[in-house]
Design a protein around this ligand. Structure first.
Ligand code: SF4
Ligand code: SF4
Length: 446
């Protein structure tokens, strides 16, 4: 199989000093205390302690439950909606949020292992309603849905695994006001290092990771749910529930591929095989790895990621790409497909060697560019191990030639992946990856 050499499709690489300087400057002068998210506004005290004590992390069992939840969100989302509507990032009033599904109206997906009392959501799960209310206010929608997936229904098989609530919010202005109030309260507490004015969380008294450091035993501001109280109509929407259940039970479209799968097709092949064997376990492990990685890279890299994802209004977009079964979103920043990577090298790679040293980055960026028909893309490299602060970040503007051929290779790989009977029929990953790879025995690279 002739190897596709992305280096020969790169016509120019320019180091973009002004973008690098602007990014560094923006990050250095970023106003403390960070970006506030919708989740922060649900439990202000917890948000405060999460920021002040990043070293406190939830115990493994709790994390595993969270990861399993994330796995469900992904699977459920792709079963009932399509990629361009999943995980939509929104920002308003300096507050950021991520909607699980947003086509016509915001939809929030929840998983729980405690059976939900369908009679009174406001009483038993006010934060679900609050979260949806905030998203509705952010996208100016007067109604939304909460989908609750109840795990462990085997014990009570008559219970439907899904419950759907339809909720209306007639007064979005009042919700926005309350959001601003909470945001300012949290910001003030962070600046003054004093959580005293923040209300205790709803599950005050139950097991909480921050119980050791929290002042909730001595402060008396009670949890309030002003936003939940602003909900108008709230009813169990059994029609939508039926539709969702039949969509989930219907013939499942084969799992789509992402752009990374065609950069590393053999890995994608093995991953699928293994996923079929142990559906959930693998997912949990991967989420765990992702989580640990992100813990590790917190700080500058996170802030950088944030700027690319949210940016100034209009600066950041995620463009859907669909060539079934390839479905993904391409990150576009300042009108260019942009990827951020963090090589583990302790010195910078010279420009002439970039395409060899990082062929997979160029392949990914090339695919992103070709699939969005953009000859130019941007590669941001953050070398965490380079000691000098100003030398850690490099920004390269990369121009590709023969976009059609790159796109052709992308689609060819999708086809190969779909049809491959063995991994050997697929292009290899970069050889350095093999020594760390779990599949090297099956792949014949051990
Ligand atoms: S100890 Fe209670 S009030 Fe404090 S952060 Fe945890 S749940 Fe919230
Ligand atoms: S062993 Fe190498 S080629 Fe095979 S899947 Fe792993 S990284 Fe890819």
């Amino acid at each position: 199989m002739a190897e596709f050499d992305i280096a020969s499709y790169v016509s120019r690489i320019e180091a973009n000093r002004s973008v690098k300087d602007a990014l560094m400057q923006g990050l250095k002068t970023r106003r403390p205390p960070y970006r506030i998210s919708v989740t922060d506004l649900l439990n202000l005290k917890q948000a405060y302690f999460r920021r002040k004590y990043p070293e406190i992390v939830p115990p493994l069992e709790k994390q595993q439950l969270m990861w399993a939840g994330t796995g469900f969100h992904k699977t459920f989302g792709s079963a009932v909606s399509s990629e361009e509507y999943l995980e939509q990032f929104v920002e308003a009033e300096g507050i950021v949020g991520k909607l699980d599904i947003y086509a016509k109206i915001p939809v929030e997906v929840k998983t729980t292992s405690t059976p939900v009392d369908t009679k009174d959501l406001l009483q038993y799960r006010p934060t679900y309603v609050e979260q949806l209310g905030m998203y509705c206010a952010m996208v100016n929608a007067h109604e939304g849905e909460i989908i609750i997936y109840q795990r462990q229904v085997e014990e009570s098989p008559s219970t439907s695994p899904l419950i759907v609530y339809h909720v209306t919010f007639p007064d979005l202005k009042a919700i926005r006001e309350e959001m601003r109030r909470r945001r300012d309260l949290l910001v003030q507490a962070l600046i003054s290092n004093d959580p005293g004015n923040l209300p205790a969380c709803l599950w005050f008294g139950r097991q909480c990771d921050y119980a050791q450091v929290c002042d909730c035993a001595t402060t008396s501001v009670q949890a309030s749910h002003e936003i939940a109280k602003l909900a108008g109509e709230l009813y169990v929407d059994s029609t939508t529930c039926e539709q969702l259940l039949s969509k989930m039970a219907g013939p499942r479209p084969s799992q789509p591929f992402g752009i990374n799968d065609i950069v590393f097709p053999r890995k994608a092949y093995f991953k699928r095989l293994r996923l079929q064997e142990i559906a959930l376990g693998e997912e949990v492990r991967e989420e765990k790895e992702g989580h640990l990685r992100s813990m590790d890279e917190r700080g500058f890299l996170d802030a950088l990621r944030d700027s690319l994802r949210y940016g100034a209004p209009g600066e950041a977009q995620r463009i859907p790409v669909q060539h079934l079964p390839l479905v993904d979103l391409v990150q576009v920043w300042q009108d260019l497909p942009t990827i951020l990577r963090d090589p583990k090298f302790s010195s910078l790679v010279e420009r002439e060697r970039l395409t060899r040293a990082f062929s997979h980055y160029f392949l990914r960026l090339g695919f992103d560019c070709a699939l969005t028909e953009n000859p130019k893309g941007r590669l941001l490299l953050y070398y965490a191990r380079v000691p000098k602060e100003d030398a850690k970040l490099m920004v390269y503007d990369v121009t590709f030639r023969k976009l059609d051929a790159i796109k052709g290779e992308a689609l060819h790989r999708v086809e190969l992946l779909e049809k491959a009977g063995t991994a050997l029929q697929l292009p290899k990953c970069p050889s350095w990856l093999c020594s760390y790879c779990d599949y090297r025995v099956e792949c014949g690279e051990a």
